[in-house]
Structures are given as structure tokens and as C-alpha cells.
Write a protein that binds this ligand. Structure first.
Ligand code: F6R
Length: 622
């Protein structure tokens, strides 16, 4: 989703800004732009193409300067078009006015009261050339500008309702960028003395290569970047005055998102095949089960809780939904799983003895962060996150954490993040079971053995790719698909359907197989492929009856069956044989062929697999 980079330097900073945007590309965007302070004027280049195009545009137009801001936009207000791309410039009253083209601004987030502000600013004579909510901020700062950009921004911020990270500079102050955050992430990067440079960016990864000295700005922070110095302030809610703030600057070794594709066609394919290593890395530090895997003080917290509340979105919500089965059956702890965007606005009954578990690949998902805050505000202060980014807001906000080591996930469709989240959640299940006296030593040893063998087991499932490719040719011609699963594998069916719709644009729905006859069976015809997740577990015989219901209506079944199920191919029943049943960890194996099916179907349909339409990797707005 939207990405921001800004800098003040004594060298031409445009290549650094564009490189920063490239490192943020993985978040997803539909347009981009750079603006600089040059020869006493604001200059900019914008594009609805790739970030790489900005280099050529900047060179053609001779755009070069030490002070600038850059942005990747994921459209919320106004179509993806050059006139809506950031940076936006203020256009004050009257073409001859001194304020025309005075302020340049980029923004991540949503300004909820933009209509009201637009009406007010139009009355004052401001001219709008985009449909964005962002342009109102540029005009508002311009309107409040009286020779000091910091003061103007500080006066503008209390008038904004919603979430934002902004970076802004002014034609009249050549070596200064002001940035602020409220609800959207922003970091300050302190550069070396050689060029006296300082940076802001949406995350530390954008600055990899220019500085590893990172300060994570807090909610409400405003930072004043100048050559060789910076100053952070925050508004005191009681006095309304902005006061200086001290923030820690840390050395952060952020990895570049621009990982090499190697022999793979897409990042998604690479990431599917990286799963054995990602799982092994996630398990690397695990020598036994103990609460301390989740941080100091975990034992005390685990002892005090009587339930678990999982908050997440999308694929992460499905890993949480799978974990509910583990937590209730193995650790015997009541667990609820909520979609973060629903939970944050719902009247619920808070229980201070609940462990609130957020799950997030990026650690920056706005809805999940807001749901966490909502839970805390209701007195549920025992918080834990399963997260893939150690430096993210989610990890900073939660008391306990388990960092999955999936490595950078670039493909928008989440794959290795999901399976490593499941590993983290299984460890949490075992640690809670142990704390609650529900884990016999022999069982612990068995579970650990199965976890350690998991990378090899996943490798064996990946070897089924050629068979999945053969199926994908048929799926590519369909417009609808049903996915069935039962119990622990129902969330896996949901995840399989989500993967297929996200990247192949085929309409796919998942049901618990027992629900078929309560409605969706009406959809079943010879044209409807019905993907079935068929592990050899206690529900297999029930599932076989559900499969018969489909066959009796002429439906085409595509079954991923454990090797020990005795389900054989026959007309209308297509079977890919998985390895033998893998017990409680079986969902981790069964999701792999569903990822491959979605991937190869999307390839056969020729879609943009790594950047599916309308989607962003890091969803930092509500
Ligand atoms: C689906 C997908 C999304 C994310 C969701 C949450 O493939 O990637 O559904 O799972 O946006 O993102 P995180 O896990 O970063 O909080």
C-alpha cells in the first residue's frame, strides 16, 4: 500500500528517493511520483507505470536536488491516474498569487473529513486538480503557512480526522522536510555526516543501503528534518502545545525487499518453494517447548489467562482459525478468532484474563493494529503477536512476540508467511498446553519430532507440482470453484479459495463440507469444480459422504487425499495422492497444493501473479 520516502541532503537525492520507492514496491501501488525543491521552485515527475520509469522521467526533465519527497500510491480516493498521483502541490487563490506551487506533500492513510476541508478551502480560493483526500492537506498547510513550515504543519494536523503519515516541503525553505504520523507507520533515518542528510520513510527497508540508524516515530510525532539535524515534537493534548520528544535511534539491519527471483517465474512461486527453509528457520531456535519462546514474562502471563482471542485479517485470519482447533483440542483453552476490522467496531464482552494474539505477516496492517488497541483499551492488556517483521509496529506494540522467519514475502498473495504462522501458532498451543498441565512429556516429544520433520514433509508435497499443473489447465477455463474441508482443514479450504480468487480472479467459495446440503449444493453442476481437502483424520468417513452428495449431482471432484485414505480416481473423481496423514500438523501440508493450484491456474490465465489487480501487500489504511 502507499509508501513514503523523503530526504534532506547536500547531494542529489533523487536516485536515493527512487531506490527507496523500489524497496517499497512490494507493498503494491498503482502510481508513483517524486517532487524536489529545485532552483527556488517545486518540480515533480509522476507516473501510473512502474517506479523504474521515474528515473527516466527525472533525467529527461532534469529533476535533481538535495531536498525531496517520493511516493507510491494505492488508490483510495480517486482513480489511479497521473493527476491523482502524489506528490501534490498547493494551488492557492489566484494564478498570480505568491502561494501557487508553494507546498509539496505526500500522504499515506485516509483523511475522513476531506469533504468538509475541501469545501472550506475552495471558498478560500484554493484550486483542486485531483480527487484525492491528500490534496486538501497540501492546501491547508499552504493556507496556514506564515514563514515557518513546521508551525504550519503543526497547526494543520489537529484539523485532520483519520489516519495519516505525511511528508511535506515548502518552496520558501529549501533544506527542510516536515513529516508526521498518526495511525500510519513512519520512520526517521539518520544519515551520515558526509552529506548531513536525514530521511523519513514508511519503513526501515526503504532506507536499506543509505542508513541503518532508524528511529520509529510514535503516534502523533512530528519530525523536522534539516541538514545535519532533526527535531521531534508532539502535541500535548491538555495545553495544545507541541513539545520536544526524545526518541531512541536504533541500528536496524533491514533487508531489502528486492530479493532475487533466481530460477523462478514469480515471487509467489519462489516463496511457495521456500517454505521448507522458511519453516526450518522459524523453528531454528526451538530446542524444546517453553513459554519463554514468546518472550520474558510469558510464563507469568500464560498462567494468568483463561482464554485466547485471536485478531487478524485475510490469510492471517485463516491461520488463526486453524489454530483455534489446536488451542481448544490440545491446550484445552477457549479460543475465539475475530476478523480485526469487525472486532474493532463491535461491542464485545472484554475479559482481562484473555490473551490477545494478533497475527500479521507485515506487522503494519491498520485494521489489526486498531483491533489490538481496541482490545487494550477495554482492559485486555496481555498481548502477543505472531509476526514476520521484527521491527514492525505490531511487535513493538505487543508484550510478547514470536517472530516467524519466513524472510521477505514479496508476492502479494501470502504463502510462506501462512505456513510459518501456523508453525508459530502450533508452538504457542504447545507452550500453553504445557503451562496448563495438558502436555505429557511423551506427547511433547512426538509433536517436536513432527515439527522438525516438517520441512522434509513439505518438500515431498512440493514434488506434486506436475500433477497440480495438469489440473490447473482445466481450472483456468472455469469461472467458479467450490472448496470443501472439515474441522481443522476447513480454514485450509478457505485459504485455498482465497488464493485462487486473489490471483486467478476465479470466483471461489469455501464451505465446511457438512454445510453443502444446507445451500451450496444448489450450485453443483458438471461445470463446477469442487476441490476437496481430504486428510485421513477422524472426519474422513463424513467427508466421503459429502463427496458422494457432489458426485450424485454430476459435480467434478478434485481431491487432495492423504496416501492412506484409499480414495481412488474414477470418472468425475480426480485424486492427487498426498503423503500419509501428518496428524495435527496436516493443515500445513494440505495448504501447499492449494497454493500451487492457485498459482498455476493464474499463470495459465496470464494474470499478474505477484501484483494482482486492486490488491496491496501491506494494508496500512483502514
Ligand atoms: C492474502 C493476503 C492478505 C493478508 C492480509 C493481512 O494472500 O496476503 O489477505 O493476509 O492483508 O496481512 P498481514 O498478515 O500483513 O497483517
Amino acid at each position: 500500500m502507499c509508501g513514503i520516502v523523503g530526504a534532506v541532503s547536500q547531494r542529489n537525492i533523487v536516485p536515493v528517493l527512487i531506490e527507496g520507492l523500489k524497496r517499497l514496491e512490494y507493498r503494491g501501488y498503482d502510481s508513483c511520483g517524486v517532487a524536489v525543491h529545485q532552483d527556488g521552485m517545486l518540480r515533480r515527475v509522476r507516473s501510473t507505470s512502474r517506479v523504474a520509469e521515474l528515473t527516466g522521467l527525472a533525467a529527461e526533465d532534469g529533476v535533481a536536488s538535495g531536498t525531496g519527497i517520493a511516493h507510491t500510491r494505492w488508490a483510495t480516493h480517486g482513480a489511479p491516474a497521473v493527476h491523482n498521483a502524489h506528490p501534490h502541490f498547493s494551488q492557492g487563490p489566484g494564478a498570480s498569487s505568491a502561494s501557487v506551487g508553494r507546498i509539496a506533500l505526500v500522504h499515506n492513510g485516509i483523511i475522513e473529513n476531506h469533504d468538509e476541508l475541501r469545501a472550506e478551502l475552495k471558498q478560500r480560493g484554493y484550486v483542486f486538480s485531483s480527487q484525492t483526500d491528500t490534496e486538501v492537506i497540501a492546501h491547508l498547510v499552504d493556507h496556514l503557512y506564515n514563514g515557518d513550515l513546521l508551525e504550519a504543519v503543526q497547526q494543520a494536523l489537529p484539523r485532520l480526522k483519520g489516519a495519516y503519515a505525511v511528508a511535506v516541503f515548502c518552496r520558501d525553505e529549501p533544506h527542510r522536510v516536515i513529516a508526521a504520523r498518526e495511525g500510519s507507520p513512519l520512520v526517521l533515518g539518520v544519515g551520515g555526516a558526509e552529506y548531513g542528510e536525514n530521511f523519513v520513510a514508511s519503513d526501515a527497508m526503504a532506507l536499506a543501503g543509505v542508513t541503518d540508524q532508524i528511529c520509529y516515530l510514535e503516534e502523533g510525532d512530528v519530525v523536522d528534518l534539516q541538514l545535519g539535524r532533526y527535531w521531534i515534537s508532539r502535541r500535548n493534548a491538555e495545553t495544545g502545545r507541541f513539545e520536544a520528544q526524545q526518541r531512541e535511534v536504533k541500528t536496524v539491519h533491514a533487508h531489502s525487499g528486492a530479493a532475487e527471483l533466481g530460477p523462478y517465474r514469480h515471487y509467489m512461486q519462489k516463496e511457495i518453494f521456500e517454505q521448507p527453509v522458511a519453516i526450518a528457520n522459524t523453528l531454528d531456535a526451538v530446542n524444546g517447548i517453553s513459554p519463554e519462546l514468546f518472550g520474558d514474562g510469558a510464563y507469568r502471563i500464560f498462567k494468568e489467562i483463561d482464554s485466547v482471542l485471536i485478531l487478524a485479517c485475510g490469510t492471517s485470519y485463516y491461520s488463526g482459525s486453524t489454530a483455534k482447533y489446536w488451542l481448544e483440542s490440545i491446550a484445552k483453552i477457549p479460543t475465539s478468532v475475530e476478523i480485526a476490522s469487525e472486532y474493532r467496531y463491535r461491542d464485545s464482552v472484554p475479559n482481562p484474563r484473555t490473551l490477545v494474539v494478533t497475527i500479521s505477516q507485515s506487522g503494519e496492517t491498520a485494521d489489526t493494529l486498531a483491533a489490538l488497541k481496541h482490545a487494550r483499551a477495554q482492559g485486555m492488556t496481555k498481548t502477543l503477536t505472531i509476526c514476520n517483521v521484527a521491527t514492525s509496529a505490531m511487535v513493538r506494540e505487543c508484550e510478547l512476540a514470536y517472530i516467524t522467519r519466513a524472510g521477505a514475502e514479496i508476492g502479494v498473495a501470502s504463502t510462506k508467511a501462512f505456513t510459518t504462522q501456523l508453525v508459530g501458532l502450533f508452538l504457542l498451543t504447545l507452550a500453553l498446553a504445557q503451562t496448563r498441565g495438558q502436555l505429557a512429556e511423551a506427547d511433547e516429544a512426538e509433536h517436536l519430532k513432527a515439527l522438525r520433520h516438517l520441512p522434509v514433509a513439505v518438500q515431498a508435497v512440493l514434488a506434486l507440482e506436475p500433477q497440480v499443473i495438469a489440473w490447473s489447465e482445466e481450472f483456468a477455463r472455469k469461472e467458479n470453484a467450490l472448496f470443501l474441508g472439515r474441522g481443522l482443514h476447513y480454514p485450509i479450504a478457505l485459504e485455498g479459495a482465497l488464493k485462487l480468487k486473489e490471483i486467478s480472479y476465479i470466483h471461489a467459495e469455501a464451505y465446511p463440507a457438512g454445510e453443502l446440503k444446507h445451500g451450496p449444493l444448489a450450485l453443483v453442476t458438471a461445470e463446477m469444480p469442487v476441490v476437496t481437502v481430504a486428510p485421513n483424520d477422524a472426519l474422513l468417513e463424513k467427508l466421503k459422504s459429502n463427496m458422494q452428495e457432489v458426485r450424485a449431482r454430476g459435480g467434478q471432484l478434485y481431491v487432495f487425499a492423504d496416501g492412506d485414505t484409499q480414495i481412488e480416481s474414477e470418472p468425475g473423481l480426480h485424486v492427487i495422492r498426498m503423503p500419509e496423514h501428518y496428524g495435527a500438523l496436516s493443515p500445513i501440508l494440505h495448504v501447499i497444493p492449494l497454493q500451487l493450484l492457485a498459482y498455476h491456474t493464474a499463470c495459465a490465465r496470464g494474470t499478474d501473479v505477484d501484483k494482482p489487480r486492486n490488491l496491496a501487500k501491506s494494508v496500512t489504511v483502514e
